[in-house]
Each structure stands twice: as C-alpha cells, then as structure tokens.
Design a protein around this ligand. Sequence first.
Ligand code: F58
Length: 825
Amino acid sequence: MKSGVFDKKAFIQSVRDNLKNLYRKTLEEADQQEIFQAVSFAVKDVINDRWLATQQVFDKEDPKIVYYMSMEFLMGRALGNNLINLKEYKEVREALDEIGLNLDVIEDQEPDPALGNGGLGRLAACFMDSLSTLGYAAYGCGIRYRYGMFKQKIQDGFQVEVPDNWLKNGYPFELHRPEYTYEIKFGGHVRTESREDGSLRFVQEDYQSVLAIPYDMPVVGYGNNVVNTLMIWDAAAKDYFELDSFDKGDYQKAVEQQNLARNLVEVLYPNDNHVAGKELRLKQQYFFVSASVQRALARYKKNHDDIRRLPEKVTFQLNDTHPTVTVAELMRILVDEEGLGWDEAWEITTKTCAYTNHTIMAEALEKWPIEIFQRLLPRIYQIVDEINRRFVLQIQERYPGDDGKVARMAILYDGQVKMAHLAIVAGYSVNGVARLHTEILKNEQLHDFYEMFPEKFNNKTNGITQRRFLMHGNPLLADWVTKHIGDGWITELMQLARLVPYASDAKAQKEFMEIKRRNKVRLAEYIKEHNGIEVDPDSIFDVQVKRLHEYKRQFLNILHVMYLYNELKANPQMDFYPRTFIFGAKAAAGYRNAKLTIKLINSVADVINNDADIKGKIKVVFIEDYRVSNAEWIFAAADVSEQISTASKEASGTGNMKFMLNGALTLGTMDGANVEMAEEVGMENIFIFGMSSEEVIAHERNRDYDPMQIYNSDEGIRKVVNQLVDGTFSPNDPGLFRDLYNSLLNTQCTQYADTYFILKDFRSYVDAQKRIVEYYQDKQAWAKSAILNTAHAGKFSSDRTIQEYVDEIWHLDHITVPDALVAKM
Ligand code: F58
C-alpha cells in the first residue's frame, strides 16, 4: 500500500481496528455512518504517508508556493475522490465487497463539504486537484464554515432552506492544527510613535481580537504521491479562559470576543453573482486573509532571511475580489512588522499578488462603505488610503485634467472602497476566465484599467477535473474510453482526441449510447426515489443544472416547456418525440424572482406530469438539493446540456464542460466558454441560438429593446406570457407569478423590462430546440456528435488551465515525491 501495491488484508484489518478504536464495535455491530468513518480513517492513514513525504520534499527542495486565496472551496465528497487519486478505488471496492460492504452506500454517508456557492467555489476545488496532480506546491486558503451552502427542500413547490450541519458526525479528512494559531485584530484605533531612527511606527490599540486556528484537509494528486493542503480557518475567542475568573481580565470584552469568534465562521453567504455588503462578510474576509498571510510569511521566514525575495517563493492568487485585503495585509506586515519602507514593500506586494475576475455582473462587484471599512480595519484602511493617494497621482500624471478617469478608476471614491480597483492596481496579473469574458473586461468593464496596464491582462479559460467528473461520476464511460485509447487521458485529457475515429464506428456508437442509457436509468431511479416521478429513459434528457439566476435564464427554459405543452394540447396527434426536462438549482434565500422561478418550474411540472391528455410525452422534474454529489450522476445521464445565459453575462461556466465531457450536446448561446467549446467540437455538433454578446451589449447601450413589440406581434409567445397570470399553472392563486410576468413586460418593476432578453431570444431558442429533437431521431448522427463532444473536451481540463497559470502567471517549480520516500514514513 505504501509504495503503490494495495494490501487488501491490511486494509480490512485497518477498517476493523478503526471500528474498535473509534466505537468499540465489530464490523457486524457498526452502522453505515460508523463504517464510513472507519473506512475514511483507513484511507487517511494511506494519505498521511504521502502527505508527510510531500512536506519533506517541500522542505528539501524549497519550491515556489501558490496560496490560492478563496472564500469558497466547493470540494464535494472526499472519500471516493481520494480513492480514485490514490489509484485504489476498484481495489477498495472489491475488498469491501468481500466483507459484505458496498462502497456506494458507504460513500453516500459522507456529507458534501459544501463550502461554496457554485462555479467559483467548485473551480477552486478543481484547481486544487490539478495542482496536486501536476506536482506543484499549493495551499488552498479559506474558511471552515460551521454551516456551508444550505440544504434545499422543496415544499409545496417552494424552496425551503435548511441548515447544513456538515460537521455533526465529525469529518474524518480534516486535521486540527492548533500549533499554527494566529491572532487577528479588529477595530480600535491606530497610534503613531517614532522609532529611534526617526521613522514612524503604527500600532493598533483597543482592538478586539480572535484567534484563527487552521484545519488541514489533504488534496491528493492522481497517482503521484503528491498531497497538497487545503487550509481552512476556524475562529476562537482569545481571552475566553478568563471568563471563569472574576478578577482577571475584562469580562465584557471577553464576552464580546467570544461572540465575534462564534459569528465569524458560522455560515457561508449563500449568494451567487451578487454580493451582500454585510459587515460580517468583510470580517470573514480579513479574518482568513490575515491568518493565511501570516502563515505564509512564517513559513517563508523559517528558511529564508531576506523578505525582499518573497516573490521568488510565494504568490497569492486572489479568487475574485473577496480576498483583496491580502494586498493591504501584506503591506501592513512588511511595513509595520518587517520595518520596510513603503516603496520596498510595494515592490514586493505588487510582485506577489494576482487577481482573477469571475463576473461582469454589476451586483457582484464588491464595494465597501468607507465608514465600515475604516472602523473595522483602521490600519488596513490607512494603507488603502495611501495606495489610493499614490494611484490617483499616477492617473493625474498620465491623464492631466481628466477628472472622469479619476472618478472611474480611484480605489476610494464616493464614500466607497472599490475592491476590484485595489486588486488591479496591486496585482501583477489580472485574468478573466474565458476568452470572450476577458475581451469584454478589456473592452468594456475594465477598459480604463486595460488602457493603463495592458501588460497585466490575460485570459485563463476555466477547466474541470476529469478525475471527479468522468472517472468517479461516470465509471462506465471512463472504462469505455480507456478500452479504446488507454488510460493516458486521466492526466492528459487532450488524448481524448484519439476517440475521433470511433465517432463514426457503428459498434463504438452503439456501446457509447448503451452507456448513456444505463446512466439515464440510474438517474431515472434516483428521480423515482426522490421525486416519485416516473421518467422514460428513452426520452430525451434535457438538463439545466446550475445556480438559479435571472441571467442564466431558467425562466426561458420553462417558458419553452409551457410553449411545447400548448402545442401538444392543441394538437394531441402531432408527431412528438418524448422529452424529459430536468432542472436543479438553488436560489439565494433573499432573491425573490429566483425563488418564484423555482415555484413556477414545480407548478408547471405538476400540471404537465399529471395531464393524461399528453400521454407522458413531456415530463418536468425539479431535482431537490442540487449539489456536487448528485451532479456527477446528472452529467453522466444528460443528452442535452442547457447553457442558455444572455450572451455576455456568463463569464465562463464550468457545468457546460462537465456535460460535454460526458457526451451531452450543448444547446447554448455564444457566451462564456461555450464559444470555445463550439470552436473545439465544431458547429455541426453544438446547437447555438440567440443574440451575440455584441448585440446584447449594443441594445444595453442604446436602450432600444422593447419586449412589448414581441409580445404584441407573436401569438405563441403572448399565450405563454399570459399563462403566467391567468391561473393555468396556479389555479388557486392566479396572481402568484405576477412578478415574473412583470419582469418581462413592465418597465416600472425593473430598470428596464426583460433585462435578460428572454422574449428577444425566444423564437431562436424554439427553433434550436426543434433542430435538436429532429437530430436526436437520427440515432447515428446523434451518437457520432455525442462521441465527438467527449473527444473534443480535452481543452477543458483544469490540468490545462493550471498549467497555463503556472507558465504565464505563477512560475512554480515542479516537484516529485518518490515512492521510496513514502515507504519510509
Ligand atoms: C462564476 N461566479 C461565474 N460567483 O458566474 C461563472 O461563469 C464561472 O464559470 C465561475 O465563476 C468560475 O470562474 C461565481 O460563481 C460567485 O458565486 C460569487 C460568490 C460570492 C459573492 C459573489 C458571487
């Protein structure tokens, strides 16, 4: 086991020992949760040897390290993934089988560590997997939220949020590291004193503080002994011990610190593409940033004595603007604690921090009221103020007399701290997450900055890990691929291109579609069990799973389902290929139209699924609690992948890539990474519709779009829109969907009607849907396109993305961890 050979007997013995030591139970007495824990600890033993060995290599070789700073890591379950990456998945399944245990059932006991919202958090998790697999030294730095993303229940068609207590049984893959505790200071004020050499020293006083205590989670590389660390921070009160003694310390202060510590890491803010400007969120940001930067610098100083050479060994990647205080915290430590001058400190900081932008949506741009920022982080604010002062001078020098530039570009303006501006000014790299997105950043959103710092801007098209989203999620297809081209694709996804010849091979087509069918049966059983709905595995599985947001246009999808239903009702004899429309989405708790869209989908499902007239030709399913674990099965079972955002709004998308890898055909707009997917797979194998991003941007600029004209002139559209308010889908409460109706037509309700151009793109979408059903009925053509989608998904591996970050931004050193070293642990 240590050096790559799996020892079945030892593994089973280890599981039995763990049951005995943890629960004083035999295998026969233990329940499935206990068995999950015991198996996980047995796996962790194996991981620990590699983890220790990796640390020794770090110490010996001193590679440059990337600290991936992110408020979110949507890791998903670890047990199965760790086994895959240890290359022991099948062996462990067989070993457990021999003692009467089923690995699927055991894996299902694990809570989904859901410390993220959606794409941004899942990207961070895929990146960690690729960093380990490619052999680069990395720490993921984040927060150990007590409650992650809420669990979604559907009650009477409405979303209800239930807290997700993922730690209630204890999480076997985390390691408590109290020896790396740091103090984090909030509030108070800054006193200035003179040093002996006449320079000034800044001291924060009368602050409240909390302790940051890290938990480490292993991130196992595929088959290479490398184990990196996800370091997530828990909070504890500093002076709590004083509470039980009346004569020591300040009781009031101790209670406050206790409350601060409790609240800080209590819960993840459940918004996607929208920021909650809450003071607690800023506290969370500074908390994990300060702890991580302190940890990174302590690590560096252990074996380097020149802090000026920090950029040679350390880089901080800011996952969106949420960790941008990194910049100011690094400056603070360099100036206040290391005693460097401003210019020297700035030189180091601007070679160490880099920023990734994930959205152009205005609601997602972080701005903090200066009042809050200054009160909470007085010293950090002073530093930001100085960065801003110097930057404004630079703008004025470059664009004399242009006050517009200052207004648009300053970091502090209008009583606000603009985090993106700070990240761009201090970062040595600014990247978008798909080619189109980066172009929009350069030409529109961040144009002023691009003009001033063109050399900072670059693109890194997102990717996904094939280890989780093909090997683990779709073992049948993974084996089929390996049978045809060998297993090199597991670490070099471009090798999938070798499947191209099989796309036209009748036998391969048949096998591929049989696998798709078996995955559809697996999902149909899940749906039957969870929704009580019977779906036909021979119908077209048309799937849209992602966070619910107006720009992602689940609304367009369900309006189209209503439209089809109307057609079928009007003409029950029409030629109609059976379709199953599958949705899965969480809405932010306070996002009304998003929540109402969930209710609409469920109401439409109720009516259509129970209408005997249409003979089950359309089914609508809303999968409750869409999350990483059920996502893996959903991607495997999809025929059609809905990627239908209003062009220009989806920065990249990553679900689109997971569907493609699993052989679904995309029905999408020319948005985000869809553009590059179309380029890879060819326009014959993808279904594109709707306005281009240029057209959307032009309409937004000219404000010349009038949905009313479409409503008035198109009867089919008028009918579905009217059905939102005539009680067709809510007979007991005909006004229920009025807000959705208004969002399409009524200018009083939103800044302008139909903000996301749903009616504008509707006909083009109907047409693309028609083309796709026709195509589906040509079994050979479809199978060929499906195989070609898998074959051309190679570019969308996060391994490719990470290699680009390494080559063009981070410049990390490659490490290897020899078997012999692991064997010695
Ligand atoms: C997503 N952003 C983009 N933000 O929407 C998606 O196109 C992209 O593929 C993905 O990032 C990865 O680059 C996203 O998920 C959030 O969830 C933030 C959470 C915190 C508040 C602001 C939005």
